[in-house]
Design a protein around this ligand. Sequence first.
Ligand code: ATP
Length: 112
Amino acid sequence: MKKIEAIIKPFKLDDVREALSEAGVSGLTVTEVKGFGRQKGHTELYRGAEYVVDFLPKVKIELVVDDKMLDRCIEAITGAARTGKIGDGKIFVTTVEQVIRIRTGEQGPEAI
Ligand SMILES: Nc1ncnc2c1ncn2[C@@H]1O[C@H](COP(=O)(O)OP(=O)(O)OP(=O)(O)O)[C@@H](O)[C@H]1O
């Protein structure tokens, strides 16, 4: 099982959610976040050190999927979230050891 964390532009959330639903995703978590990448966010010099003084609002989508769904989900997110302009975001993928559905006690891919 894999966890996908995607940081996207907030106005792309509906498109990404729709694309992921079409890809067969059954659940996800969305959080409003702030951040900066290589090109956005301003830096300031203060006593010789650089400080970040500006964070841009972004949306973080988290979903855990079966391994065989991973590529399809990444394609859905990149296809729906891309504008081609800077700040389109990033996708991080990590391995998930266990998933438990609290109501039933199911574990593993069945619990996703
Ligand atoms: N290495 C990172 N770790 C954690 N979050 C990150 C990282 N890089 C980017 N982010 C998050 O992703 C958001 C979007 O990143 P962004 O698209 O600006 O990255 P970038 O590398 O500058 O890409 P681009 O060249 O397309 O602008 C950031 O605002 C931040 O929240």
